[in-house]
Design a protein around this ligand. Structure first.
Ligand SMILES: [Zn+2]
Length: 94
């Protein structure tokens, strides 16, 4: 089942960055838990995942430098407030 409205690449996987613009995306589920793109993808592609915990909404992180994934607790970088792109707390693309 696909969720209309979520940005996906040509393989149907959830995108990490907005197009156009390249802004950092994050996802959240129906309980408004924030998910980084890798966790959102994992949840999205897990057929056993509880529907309530699947990514249902997408947001662009423009300037929240304290936005953390509630699944893996990694930081989700913002489009405008990045001072250190190699911050070890920041989530990693897989
Ligand atoms: Zn995560």
């Amino acid at each position: 089942m696909s969720l209309p409205g979520l940005p996906r690449d040509d393989k149907g996987r959830l995108e990490s960055y907005a197009f156009p613009g390249g802004y950092q995306l994050y996802y959240y589920d129906k309980q408004h838990s924030v998910l980084c793109p890798p966790c959102a993808r994992k949840s999205d592609e897990d057929t056993d995942e509880t529907p309530m915990f699947k990514p249902a909404f997408v947001g662009v992180n423009y300037e929240d430098s304290e936005l953390y994934c509630q699944q893996c607790y990694k930081r989700i970088p913002s489009a405008y407030c990045e001072d250190n792109a190699t911050d070890p707390d920041t989530y990693k693309e897989v």
